[in-house]
Design a protein around this ligand. Structure first.
Ligand code: APR
Length: 316
């Protein structure tokens, strides 16, 4: 049985805990700064267990000592977007929260694999990589899988086929500069260009890039959480079951795709140790140019990050 901790018991955190419990991977700790919030949600989820049939323990807490010995820690703590905000607008607040969270992960779960979800995703993942010093295998961000499932759902609706037959790939930063790859998106292995005209594919690409904002503007308060939690749990599944699935993930790059010292969405093989391998796929000149723009956007965010990375005093 694995021990999985979820930091942040808001929309993304709590729905992730629900999906993790239903997947029966192991015991779960849900932590939040707000007193009572994680405890109340954990109780509610435990009371659903006899009906759904999961025999795992779910503990809600405000105390980091409870994450002790976790195999996997998922960071969802932070503020979410409001209408009109970009993910980058969240940077200064969420970076401070991340710093505090990482100090506690280092202390209580030093052997864990850390999956980041808090936005702006690639920048926060970079901060977590630096703050935890866990290495590139054990720190990565969930974003490309969410963008890919969004693209896949739009393609399935447009083609009028089962979502099960769609394989979609979106690379780059989790923001306006993301790079959906229609050429690598298929219906049962057949390129989508066989099913859809160029204009339709372009429209779906644009909708994918704006998919998060579309939901934010409809919800008015908060951002997406059903698809994000599904993507997180798919990545956790690949780790827990050591499946070797190749999924897009925001990973610290050291020369892959020609980029260094930043986190960016690329295909990666996931297994029991976290990121087993970064997969370098062939990109057209146009796709590579789009990935380079995405890299520049993420790097400029990292430059804005007041990391104090070399000040270790914060590490409790
Ligand atoms: N430690 C622990 N939890 C914290 C901290 C902290 N220092 N600061 C804030 N939180 C908690 C909040 O109390 C809240 O319960 O994080 C939770 C965030 O929940 P929501 O506001 O519902 O946000 P959510 O939709 O879950 O999104 C969380 O994931 O997808 C990203 O952009 C999204 O950055 C956002 C994050």
């Amino acid at each position: 049985m694995k021990k999985i901790s979820v930091i942040g018991a808001g929309n993304v955190g709590a729905s992730t805990v629900q999906r993790l419990a239903e997947s029966k991977f192991g015991d779960i700790v849900m932590l939040d700064v707000v007193p009572g919030l994680p405890q109340g949600k954990a109780l509610d989820l435990m009371q659903a267990a006899p009906l759904i049939g999961y025999d795992v323990n779910i503990k809600g807490t405000n105390n980091y000592a409870d994450i002790e010995g976790s195999d996997i820690v998922i960071i969802t703590a932070g503020i979410a977007r409001k209408p009109g905000m970009t993910r980058d607008d969240l940077l200064s607040i969420n970076a401070k929260i991340t710093k505090e969270v990482c100090g506690n992960i280092r202390q209580y779960a030093p052997k864990s694999i850390v999956v980041t979800v808090t936005n702006p995703l690639d920048i926060i993942t970079y901060a977590v990589y630096k703050y935890t010093e866990f290495g590139k295998k054990r720190v990565f961000g969930m974003s490309g899988l969410l963008d890919s499932t969004r693209f896949a759902s739009f393609v399935a609706q447009e083609v009028g086929c089962s979502v099960k037959d769609i394989n979609a790939m979106v690379l780059g930063g989790h923001g306006d500069s993301m790079v959906p790859l229609p050429q690598y998106t298929t219906v049962s292995g057949v390129p989508i260009s066989e099913f859809l005209p160029h204009e339709t594919i372009d429209r779906l690409v644009t909708r994918t890039i704006n998919a998060g904002a579309e939901i934010v503007s409809l919800l008015k308060e908060g951002s997406a959480f059903y698809a994000p939690s599904a993507a997180i749990v798919a990545m956790v599944d690949a780790i827990v079951n050591d499946s070797g699935r190749v999924l897009p993930a925001s990973v610290y790059l050291e020369g892959e795709y020609g980029f260094n010292d930043l986190c960016l969405g690329v295909p990666a093989k996931l297994g029991k140790n976290g990121i087993e391998k970064v997969i370098e796929i062939n990109l057209t000149q146009e796709q590579m140019a789009a990935l380079s723009s995405s890299e520049k956007a993420v790097r400029s965010g990292i430059e804005k990050l007041d990391m104090g990375i070399h000040e270790k005093a914060f590490l409790v």
